[in-house]
Design a protein around this ligand. Sequence first.
Ligand SMILES: [Zn+2]
Length: 209
Amino acid sequence: MGACLHPTPEMGPFSVEARRESFYLNAASAVLLITAKGEEPRCQWRIADTHAAALVAALDQVMAHPSFAEHDHDPEDGHQVRRRDGWLDVDGVGYPYQDPEYAAVELEYRHVRALRAALLNVSDSEPKWLHWIDDPLVDRARHRLQAHRLQATTGQLATDEQGSSYLPTSGTCGCGDKWAGKGWDPVAYGYAQHMLGVQRQAHDELAPA
Ligand SMILES: [Zn+2]
């Protein structure tokens, strides 16, 4: 069993589950696209290059985790990153998982440093927009994530189709949008997607008709 870390705002659509030897990089399957499953443990995946900074932030969270320090003694270069047509294509070492909603790649701690360096290396040009966090057109005061709630405080567990218990969570944006689901992730994804929509709308309103 791993530990799902609370995503930082800079991680945008990504989240991390830390395990002993490795971690899962998680995102919606529309964000993290598994493009090929090579001979294990090779696999290829891609993200939009506008998500490069968010992915780097996710790797920063991994590097701050105690398990990373335990396995950083023998860092290895296992990844190639190419930028083309608005995408960053990653060819590397990892175990992919994908269903209609979510995707994940299980990566080893010893590959993180080199992957992070490779991402920074190819994504040096300016993204079209700033990350919504830094975008002056985004009204962050109006769209604060509020009332994010783990029902742990009430001790109420829900039960899924398999009969396992889980903590239901819910989140509400300051503008009134709401998300609910199982564990932290649906709220984090919901909020990240919502904020990308808010940013898009703010730019569309300024665009010449
Ligand atoms: Zn909002």
